[in-house]
Design a protein around this ligand. Structure first.
Ligand code: GDP
Ligand code: IMO
Ligand code: MG
Length: 424
């Protein structure tokens, strides 16, 4: 029963989609575990370039069943638009399965996301405004409406009436905002329900049946471990658990059924939205990394903040997630540098900090401690084997391995599916 978790090691956009797509050729199932349409997972394959938000990144592989697990927050119009886009490009989506336990992102969640960000003013989180925070809040406070609910008109009518009433009151009284009208929302939801009905399943049963056959399954996380609601840079985090533990929970897989956890990291660091990023570079080097890595949000188009590899945060996330293998992606972005640096500690006047603290105030004034590596200053994008990588790349990756105490198994040298070097 081999199950492999693919998770982001830092603040998202590490290249999880690319790895999931590449490894899906040797899997029978890909289960998306957490997050919602806040994710944007890019896959560059012979069929073209895809930016998946809810669709599991194994969908291009016709032999792979693609499951949206119970931990995913599903915004149906986005999912249906993705299905339609894929169909129009000749991609079959009949392999899509949707957990009947997954919570729905409803129109008021998106509205509340925006209204809350506005209320926070300069302390805004910088969310993707896709309604994920309010959806997970409703889930935790047991106000959520789930996929199973909308398949049964009488249940939907009852739950929607209760929720709409309280949400309209909240919108009006706290935010002075417009509410929603029952009948049109009910009509929309039943229409969307008809569209997805044939895909809905008890995903935890289907996933466990697959594991019982001894099949190889992948669990695809969204976001990154440093955006985790418990262990990330709170409150500048997402509202789900993009960790190995969260992957198990969201996918319906037990911890004892996991045999590999692949931590996907960039060869440098990026972050989009607010919150601390100790290794951030606001100079020409950061700008060059942004330009070479095309570091603009897959969903929002926002410029991503860039910096050198933060080995402190990366080590923390590798340990927390029991990462067994590293995928160091976008190594080619660093092809032009004479030297490449890595942040190995957070320096204060009187001490060095070697972890990301709970109180972000405690990071204020921290200066990164840099460790320098010789750059390789050569084009890596056509390299196909580990042995052919320049010696300087080997030294840099050995540095990461030593700091994270984990082996590098995959190296990304370009966005395309085949630009992934697997070390034997
Ligand atoms: P995800 O959210 O973790 O799936 O990552 P995103 O798709 O949001 O962002 C990763 C970006 O880097 C995408 O534009 C990918 O096409 C691209 N990418 C992934 N791996 C590599 C790589 O090894 N080299 C280069 N140059 N681009 C890559
Ligand atoms: P993938 O799966 C990068 C960030 C947002 C914001 C914070 C909270 O593509 O790696 P949210 O909308 O979740 O309430 O926003 O989390 N964020 C991401 N950053 N990649 C993502 O997804 C992200 N999903 C959320 O920018 O800082
Ligand atoms: Mg992304």
């Amino acid at each position: 029963m081999p199950a492999t978790i693919i998770l982001g090691g830092l603040w998202g956009d590490e290249g999880k989609g690319k790895l999931t797509d590449a490894l899906s050729s040797s899997a029978t199932m890909v289960v998306r575990a957490n997050g919602g349409s806040n994710a944007g997972h890019t896959v560059v394959a012979p069929q073209g370039k895809f930016k998946f938000r809810l669709m599991p990144s194994g969908i291009l592989n016709p032999n792979c069943i693609c499951v949206l697990g119970a931990g995913v927050a599903i915004e149906l119009p986005t999912l249906i638009a993705e299905m339609d886009d894929l169909l129009s490009r000749g991609i079959d989506v009949s392999n899509l399965r949707i957990s009947d336990r997954a919570h729905l992102v409803l129109p008021w969640h998106r509205a509340l996301d925006q209204l809350e960000e506005t209320r926070r003013e300069q302390d805004e989180i910088g969310t993707t405004l896709n309604g994920n925070g309010p959806t997970y809040a409703d889930k935790a406070s047991r106000h959520g409406i789930r996929v199973a609910d909308i398949l049964r008109p009488e249940i939907l009518r009852r739950k929607l009436a209760i929720e709409l009433d309280s949400k309209n009151q909240l919108l009006a009284s706290v935010y002075g905002a417009e509410g929603y009208e029952f009948e049109s929302l009910y009509r929309d939801l039943t229409g969307w329900a008809d569209r997805i009905r044939s895909h809905v399943i008890a995903s935890e049963v289907v996933v466990q049946d697959e594991l019982a056959k001894g099949a190889n399954i992948l669990i695809e996380c969204a976001q990154g471990a440093m955006l985790d609601i418990d262990y990330g840079t709170y409150p500048y985090v997402t509202s789900s658990s993009p960790t190995a533990a969260g992957a198990c929970q969201g996918a319906g897989v037990a911890p004892t059924q996991i045999d590999r956890v692949i931590g996907v990291y960039k060869a440098y660091t990026t972050r989009v939205g607010g919150g601390p990023m100790p290794s951030e570079l606001t100079d020409d080097v950061g700008e060059l990394i942004r330009a070479r890595g095309n570091e603009y949000g897959t969903v929002t188009g926002r410029p991503r903040r860039t910096g050198w590899f933060d080995a402190v945060a990366a080590r923390q996330s590798a340990r927390l997630n029991g990462v067994t293998d590293l995928n160091i992606a976008l190594v080619d972005v660093l092809d032009v540098f004479e030297t490449v640096s890595m942040c190995t500690g957070y320096q204060f006047p009187d001490r060095v900090m070697n972890h990301v603290p709970a109180l972000l105030d405690d990071l204020e004034g921290a200066a990164p401690i840099w460790e320098e590596y010789a750059g390789w200053n050569s084009d890596t994008t056509n390299i196909e084997s580990w042995e052919d990588l320049p010696a300087e790349v080997h030294s840099y990756l050995a540095g990461i391995e030593q700091k994270l105490d984990t082996r590098v198994t995959y190296v990304g040298v370009g966005p395309a599916r085949e630009q992934l070097i697997q070390r034997s």
